[in-house]
Design a binder for this molecule. Structure first.
Ligand code: G6P
Length: 602
């Protein structure tokens, strides 16, 4: 989703902005732009539809300065185009503004204040920058005009603004959309994600909702909603910049798939001590143990991880779990149990759909845990407890290692909780099981060519495909189908194997690929029956099967593991199938069309 960068006090402003925007490419975008200025008032605005490489090519050698702002835009209001790209400019060309978020009342503000202004774009953002000019024209200082605009707009925003007449300060505001200020020696930067600026600084000030800031090259002043100055202690981002690169891999997604065995082992070290001692905050387990139901709230892949986690927690800890789509739950609240405990699963920790639920549940006083890959992300800061995924930065839009990490962390939590509640199933030798899974994933990624061949046989040419399974294999099928459709654009559906015959089987024709996942001995025979049904109607079937249930014609065989943990393993060949199908069909694996990594609008 939109990404913001800004810098003040450096001579290499243009390069800092372009490098920063490249680091934010992973968030998803369809146009980009920069505005660079210097004390001499020699401003340059460059915007391009398409990739940062095109923006870079459009930036001439004269585009130099000591202050600048930049933006990657993921279109919401108005098509992707040069006009709609940010920075947006006020009518007299004095104010330049970039924005991440959605302004809900822009039409109302437009008709109330700006009916005489000719707009150059279709964006909601332009209203904000035109309002600043309007208030300055009516006699306000730039700071007051900026603040008045911030007070008037309703919605989500991270704003960064430069005044061409005074290019020695950056005007910053935040509500709901992420924004950080990075601190340098003789310079400062602003960014949506610390990844964008790690080459310049590891010290950041976080901004909270409702706060504004004025940033000069030597100073950062942060103000609360009442515009009183607030103190902020900077925090240190541990991440090494090298971790944010692709290394020798052609795509981040492949690197991230390969990293999964290491992530699993890291999580075991991180959260499981010897002799089943756990390294979670004891108050967390205490509070979870008091819950009569755990509600897992999430979106996208994290929602699928929640479905797999439900089965694990219910089996091992014997606590009922409800898994909820964040975008639905917050506005259609079901009747909650008496003592709910909320778990927010979110790779980025920034998803707006999940956050609106968190804010509501917090207001209702319920205990909240966020499980996220991003330390200090919004959902992590606002929860009572945070458990980190320690998966390293996930840059590819299609989530892979975050899914396996989420299910793994939930399984470790389930065991800690089960132990506290003294359930029989908490005796599962989880350390051993996760070890087998890590080794099995390693074997799969070491033999990728096999999966590449199946992708070519089954998926390279098709327009649609099905994954089927039962129980945990159904949960894995949902995630497997999502992986496939989001990057290869094959219309793919994950289906409960037994349900296909109740309608959807009408879509099976000669050559339709149906990929079955079978790891459960209780239902294996039934799923085999469903395979026969689709084969009888012409389907090409590919079978991912655990070795104890394998038959001679099955293609992808996995070692036998405790069935409840199966999705952590079975999802991996599906991730690789999606990856190779996408390469074979000639698409960009890491940046699929229309998608954003961190979705900060509802
Ligand atoms: C976006 C991403 C998905 C992700 C979902 C939830 O839609 O494209 O890959 O699963 O957001 O993100 P989260 O960061 O909350 O896990």
């Amino acid at each position: 989703m939109c990404g913001i960068v800004g810098v003040i006090g450096r001579d290499d402003t243009t390069e800092v902005l372009l490098n920063g925007l490249e680091k934010l490419e992973y968030r998803g975008y369809d146009s980009a732009g920069i505005y660079v200025d210097s004390k001499s008032g020699d401003g340059h605005l460059v915007k391009e539809k398409g990739k940062i490489a095109e923006l870079r090519a459009a930036v001439g050698p004269d585009v130099k300065g000591t202050v600048g702002i930049g933006h990657t835009r993921w279109a919401t209001h108005g098509i992707p185009s040069n006009n709609n790209a940010h920075p947006q400019v006020s009518a007299n060309g004095r104010f330049y503004l970039v924005h991440n978020g959605v302004l809900e009342n822009y039409e109302e503000l437009n008709s109330k204040y700006l009916s005489d202004v000719t707009f150059k774009s279709e964006t909601d953002t332009e209203v904000a920058v035109q309002l600043i000019e309007y208030f300055v024209n009516s006699g306000k200082s730039v700071l007051d005009a900026f603040r008045q605009m911030v007070d008037l707009v309703v919605g989500s925003f991270a704003f960064l603004m430069v005044d061409r007449n005074d290019p020695e300060r950056l005007y910053v505001a935040k509500n709901k959309s992420p924004l950080l200020i990075g601190l340098g020696q003789g310079f400062n930067v602003v960014c949506s994600d610390s990844l964008a600026m790690l080459s310049l600084t590891h010290e950041f000030d976080e901004l909270h909702d409702g706060e504004t800031a004025i940033v000069t090259k030597d100073q950062v002043e942060i103000f609360n909603r009442e515009y009183q100055a607030v103190e902020r202690n900077p925090y240190h981002v541990e991440l090494d910049e090298n971790e944010t690169g692709k290394g020798t891999y052609p795509f981040f997604m492949l690197k991230e798939i390969d990293e999964q065995p290491a992530v699993l082992r890291r999580l075991v070290d991180q959260y499981m001590g010897e002799r089943d001692q756990f390294k979670f905050d004891p108050r967390l387990i205490e509070q979870m143990a008091q819950a009569d139901q755990i509600y897992i709230v999430a979106a996208g892949t994290s929602y699928h991880a929640g479905l797999a986690a439900k089965t694990i927690v219910e089996k091992i800890a014997k606590v009922p779990v409800a898994v909820e789509l964040a975008s639905e739950f917050g506005y259609h609240l079901p009747i909650l149990t008496k003592h709910p405990f909320f778990v927010f699963l979110s790779q980025s920790g920034e998803t707006a759909d999940s956050r609106q639920v968190l804010v509501k549940m917090k207001k209702m006083g319920y205990p909240i845990l966020t499980i996220t890959n991003v330390d200090r992300s919004t959902l992590s800061r606002e929860a009572d407890f945070t458990v980190l995924l320690h998966a390293g930065p996930e840059i590819a839009v299609a989530s892979t290692k975050a899914y396996t990490a989420q299910v793994t962390v939930m399984s470790i939590l389930a065991k800690a909780l089960g132990q506290k509640l003294k359930t029989d199933d908490s005796k599962i030798d989880l350390r051993h099981q996760l070890g087998i899974i890590a080794n099995a994933i390693q074997t799969i990624v070491d033999n990728k060519e096999e999966i590449e061949k199946y992708a070519s046989d089954f998926l390279e040419k098709t327009t649609n495909a099905f994954y089927i399974g039962r129980g945990q294999d159904y949960n894995a099928s949902l995630e497997a189908a999502l992986k496939l459709k989001e990057i290869s654009y094959i219309q793919a559906e994950g289906f409960a194997a037994g349900e296909l015959k109740h309608g959807t089987i009408s879509l099976i024709i000669e050559g339709t690929p149906v990929i079955a996942i079978i790891t459960d001995e209780v239902t294996a025979g039934l799923t085999r029956g469903n395979i026969k049904e689709v084969e009888a109607r012409g389907a090409n079937t590919l079978r991912i099967v655990s070795e104890d249930l394998a038959e001679s014609k099955d293609q992808i065989i996995m070692p036998k593991i405790d069935q409840v943990l199966a999705p952590i393993l079975t999802v991996v060949p599906a991730q690789l199938l999606a990856y190779y199908a996408t390469i074979q069909r000639g698409y960009n694996v890491d940046q699929p069309r229309n998608l954003a990594k961190s979705v900060t609008v509802e």
